[in-house]
Design a protein around this ligand. Structure first.
Ligand code: SAM
Length: 291
């Protein structure tokens, strides 16, 4: 039975090990059982699932995951948490703790070894200082993923599910929506954590597409175009793409490409849908290959 996930038992563990929070690792531990149950429900974890947890902390959510899943691997960077995790997870024989930086873990290898290469579920209360790199690495390295259910800063959750024309719409919205369908499962106030973060949080479930909603010949170019369009948010799309050092196209080519969308040359990147970015990508691929 999960014993953590409430303030008393969390404080007891912290005192037993004289643990002090490391700000640099984005440590805000969950102390609310309702939120923990909500996360497990949002991730729809069942006894068939292999789950990767990023940043188990003292093992609070790991206990819930171990009870709901077939097997869990939890990746924790902080040396001081490793002996604590051996203690708090000692009752579970389906959990492995990896003492690693998640950005250095071969997650494809893990999915192969633990789940026969089939899509895995990722569940985490993420360290906020590296939310975007973690999400983008999961997607861009083509880890077989079923879903990613994560606690993130509320503002980041808003960006992930934004649509064109909204102030939160940007490169992260497009990247996330290319790979997955976002669903905001819960808003979580600061008092559900120890210590309390300075920002509101939200649980978001990203259900991964089996095939992307748009087809492009060159995925890397699609993402280069997206990044270049939002790097200079206040500029027009034409200027953003012409000024981007990683794009080899002339101003005339960029104007022709943007005109092909039928939106006028003064349009900004923030007005374009994923489908329009895909169309732009195909236009540039044709220029490059001379077809
Ligand atoms: N899951 C716990 C909970 O909900 O109470 C802790 C969540 S806390 C927000 C983030 C955790 O991620 C911390 O335990 C922190 O040490 C760990 N962490 C930070 N950076 C990491 C990294 N690069 N790789 C793996 N774990 C990391």
């Amino acid at each position: 039975m999960a014993t953590l996930g409430n303030p008393q038992n969390t404080i007891e563990i912290l005192q037993k090990y004289q643990f002090t929070f490391a700000k640099k690792f984005g440590q805000n531990f969950l102390i609310d059982p309702h939120v923990l149950e909500r996360i497990i429900a949002a991730a729809n974890v069942t006894k068939d699932d292999f789950v990767l947890e990023i940043g188990p902390g003292i093992g609070t959510m790991t206990q819930y995951l171990a009870e709901a899943a077939r097997e869990v691997v939890a990746v924790e960077i902080d040396d001081h948490l490793i002996p604590i995790l051996s203690d708090t997870l000692s009752a579970y024989d389906n959990v492995t703790v990896l003492h690693e930086d998640i950005l250095k873990v071969n997650i494809n290898g893990l999915a192969q070894e633990k789940n026969e290469g089939k899509p895995i579920k990722v569940v985490a209360n993420l360290p906020y200082y590296i939310t975007t790199p973690i999400i983008m690495q999961l997607f861009e390295s083509h880890v077989p993923l079923k879903s990613v259910t994560v606690m993130v800063q509320k503002e980041v959750a808003m960006r992930m599910q934004s649509v064109p024309g909204s102030k939160d719409y940007g490169a992260l919205s497009l990247a996330v929506q290319y790979y997955a369908k976002p669903y905001l499962a819960a808003n979580v106030p600061p008092n559900c954590f120890m210590p309390r973060p300075n920002v509101g949080s939200a649980v978001i479930t990203l259900t991964c597409h089996e095939t992307p909603p748009v087809q492009v010949t060159d995925e890397k170019l699609l993402f280069r175009l997206i990044r270049a369009s939002f790097n200079q948010r206040r500029k027009t799309l034409v200027n953003g793409l012409t000024n981007a050092p990683e794009l080899p196209f002339t101003k005339e080519q960029v104007i022709a490409a943007v005109e092909s969308l039928g939106k006028g040359v003064t349009v900004r990147g923030e007005a374009l849908t994923l489908e329009e970015f895909a169309a732009l990508t195909e236009y540039f691929v044709k220029i490059r290959t001379g077809k």
